[in-house]
Ligand binder design. Structure first.
Ligand code: BGC
Length: 760
């Protein structure tokens, strides 16, 4: 397989781009060449930035230009990357720093809810506010480029170690929330970085090691556009300033030297005017990456630096390409890059970046991503303060140490690439649960630094003090004693995930056993799962004594307080699952990361399932999930009525990705949602569309509305031309096909309340 792929790839390299960009079986797994690299145009919202940048870059010598395309170590700050500077022109360079859920590895910042939690909130406004206040923290710390949000991985495999960093496995939901985050960051004055472009769907074999190349993510052109590149399209449309190319190979060409991806999709199709930065140490060629559209290398000089200067001098890389790299950086003045990002172990002035106005946003965000999946006999909220509660499980309290990298809670830290390349995932074992304490974030690059952690036990104890509730706890026993007078037993477990490793399963025996042991003795057992990804519940969800279950995801620093508000009914549940929660591992296709055999030096990951992942696959196969995509209970109930569909200009047409018309609103859909229960609550109304020759349903709209009892309000969905289109691989255009379409509006992907058929 290896030999034929390699030789086929070589032949294709000689074909003209127009021919080689066709996708058919013969081209599967090959990345066609797209050259030369388009110059940034600086149009639209970019015009001002480009004028400034060009003025500055025009004055730079070749050496100066080359110098700012690469990273340097700094003794002044701990930024993940520092670009070169041009002191002669008073340009200070840039600090680039992680990550998508808050400023990492520093002090005096906030830990916001993580991506998966934000996805579960389905709340555009909260997502924008989070993006804004987080962006302000980056800016106030002197971080020019915030290395988030993350839409790659999307979540092809439920075991993916970094799925929690992103918002959802659904490209529409991910794209909407990515756009809100980007606008929020950039309104606050930090440049956003949308990553990892593209196909970084697993941690296993994500990078080359010891002669084994990184796995090649083999994605066909249709799947690329309709699934994996979709949220990146939203990000570019939202004006993202930078994009990070990915570690993996894509169709057998490394992400950071892949001309089809950077010159082709980003810079030609989407007219992306910002810069592409390589993931850290993810550059594998000098001339090749420059010509393929890479604009910055991190954390050091990679294959550039003096070599890039030499490549320009000997004619291998045009100087205009290097100028284009530099023109793409936003050169607007920033204070000293990284001034608030000092080495924490040395004496330093702690720059407090926390805006008091962010406080309610952080708490609301923490509340909004909790998903209630079981609530027998309305056990929640507590009707009156319980006289006695009992608390169990390692996840109820803070870890013994608060340090800058939550990964150490796992008590396991090896170089993941080394272990995985040599041993494969099976060789890497760590506990699926972080038993050292409650988790409010996942691990590594996107882990954030909490100002404090308000943990469940402390928050419940504070509340108990107000109500004179008696609290028992045992956070270590596997089979704890239960005081027979307990009115409620709360069991806290978690599912940890981190960059660098894929997870080894979706549940663990210890945690499941603990739930069952408590449930055997306590008739009102409430399970709370902090989850950095999908966590199965079938081992105990039907147990009659498990009365309620909360998927608490990764709430950030206000975790305990948010939970207490929900348990006591001071806030309602409004979160819905941004993924499918299956009954069994084997219900997911694919489930495992792809791996290598011992003599395979060019591992291949064929994404043969195409666009059929998560609910698209469950629907197509008619597999019953435990809890479907978009599902979540509330303390109240909602009725849907009065669907109206107002269609304009919806005819069979084609459109290029970069055409403005692709964003035209071609259908306005409205429905009425009524709160039919007795308490206030917020509902996430969802719109799914059945498109011919596509999965049975695809999310194409959502609207969250807060309602008092008996109150009604409209929910509205604006569908664009892209929302009705499929990607046509022959014409390389978005196409609205002739045929029958169905619009579904409902409370989840399987709780459809209103339907409208449409013929185009
Ligand atoms: C991660 C990126 C991160 C970078 C800088 C890489 O290992 O993949 O997401 O932004 O490191 O820390």
């Amino acid at each position: 397989m290896r030999a034929s792929r390699m030789s086929a790839g070589w032949q294709i390299f000689a074909l003209p781009a127009a021919v080689s960009s066709l996708t058919d079986a013969n081209f599967y797994g090959q990345s066609p060449p797209v050259y030369p690299s388009p110059q940034g145009k600086g149009s639209g919202t970019w015009a001002g930035a480009y004028v400034n940048a060009r003025d500055l870059v025009d004055q730079m010598t070749l050496d100066e230009k080359v110098n700012i395309t690469r990273g340097f170590t700094s003794s002044d700050n701990v930024c993940a990357g520092n670009s070169g500077s041009v002191p002669r022109l008073q340009w200070p360079g840039m600090c680039l720093h992680d990550a998508g859920n808050g400023v990492r590895a520093t002090d005096m910042v906030n830990a916001y809810a993580s991506g998966i939690h934000v996805g579960a909130s389905w709340d555009r406004n909260l997502t924008y506010q989070r993006g804004y206040f987080m962006g302000k923290e980056f800016k106030d710390k002197g971080v020019n480029v915030a290395l988030g949000p993350n839409a790659g991985p999307l979540g092809r495999i439920p075991l993916g170690g970094r799925n929690w960093e992103g918002f959802s496995v659904d490209p529409y939901l991910a794209g909407q929330l990515v756009a809100e985050t980007i606008v929020g960051h950039q309104d606050a004055g930090a440049i956003a970085n949308l990553k990892h472009f593209v196909g970084n769907e697993q941690e296993t074999l994500r990078r080359p090691y010891h002669g084994v190349e990184a796995a090649s993510t083999n994605i066909d052109d249709k799947t690329m556009h309709e699934l994996y590149a979709w949220p990146f399209m939203d990000g570019v449309h939202a004006g993202v300033g930078s994009i990070m190319c990915s570690y993996n190979r894509v169709n057998n060409s490394y992400g950071c030297q892949n001309s089809k991806l950077m010159n082709g999709i980003l810079k030609t199709e989407l007219s992306f005017d910002g810069f592409v930065v390589a993931d850290w140490n993810g550059q594998h060629s000098g001339v090749g990456s420059a010509l393929a559209g890479l604009d910055m290398v991190m954390p050091l000089g990679g294959y550039w630096g003096d070599n890039l200067t030499e490549a320009v001098r000997n004619g291998s890389v045009p100087e205009s390409r290097v100028a284009d790299m530099a023109n793409r950086y936003d050169t607007t003045d920033f204070a000293t890059p990284g001034f608030g990002m000092k080495n924490l172990t040395e004496p330093h002035e702690a720059v407090d970046a926390r805006d008091p106005q962010s406080k309610p946003i952080i708490l609301e965000g923490a509340i909004a991503g909790h998903v209630l999946v079981k609530n027998e006999n309305s056990t929640l909220p507590f009707k009156k303060p319980p006289k006695m509660i009992s608390i169990y499980g390692y996840d109820a309290t803070v870890p013994a140490t608060k340090n800058t990298d939550i990964l150490f809670q796992l008590g396991y830290n090896v170089q993941p690439e080394m272990a995985q390349a040599v041993l494969g995932t099976e060789g890497v074992r760590f506990d699926q649960a972080a038993k050292g304490g409650t988790i409010v974030t996942g691990g590594r690059a996107a882990a954030n630094s909490p100002a404090y952690i308000n943990d469940p036990l402390s928050a419940l104890s504070q509340r108990a003090a107000l109500d004179d509730t008696w609290v028992n706890w045992d956070l270590t026993s596997f089979n704890p004693d239960v005081n027979g007078a307990s009115e409620a037993c709360l069991v806290f477990i978690n599912a940890m995930a981190t960059e660098g490793w894929d997870r080894i399963g979706l549940h663990d025996d210890f945690s499941d056993g603990l739930v069952l042991n408590v449930a055997a003795k306590c008739s009102n057992t409430i399970v709370v799962i902090h989850a950095a990804g999908i966590r199965l519940v079938d081992q105990w969800i039907d147990h009659p004594n498990v009365t309620a279950t909360i998927i608490a995801h990764l709430p950030g620093q206000d975790s305990g307080q948010a939970l207490v508000k929900l348990l006591y009914g001071e806030a309602g549940f409004s979160g819905k699952l941004p993924y499918t929660l299956a009954r069994n591992e084997s219900d997911y296709h694919p489930y495992l990361p792809c791996n290598r055999t011992p003599d395979d030096y060019f591992p291949q990951c064929d994404f043969t399932e195409g666009v059929y992942i998560d609910y698209r696959d469950f629907d197509a196969r008619n597999t019953t999930p435990r809890f479907e995509f978009g599902f979540g209970l509330s303390y109240t109930s909602f009725e849907y009525s009065s669907l109206s569909v107002d269609v304009s200009d919806l005819s069979p047409t084609t459109c290029r990705s970069g055409d403005n018309e692709i964003w035209d609103i071609v259908a306005n859909v409205q429905a009425t949602v009524t709160n039919t229960g007795s308490v206030e609550g917020a509902e996430v109304a969802q719109l799914y569309l059945a498109i011919p020759n596509s999965p049975p349903k695809q999310l194409r709209g959502f609207d969250k509305v807060a309602l008092d009892p008996e109150e009604s309000a409209p929910v509205t969905f604006e569908l664009t031309r892209r929302d009705f289109s499929v990607w046509d691989v022959v014409t390389q255009k978005w196409q609205i096909q002739e045929g029958d379409y169905t619009i579904f509006v409902g409370a989840s992907s399987r709780d459809i309340r209103l339907t409208h058929n449409l013929k185009i």
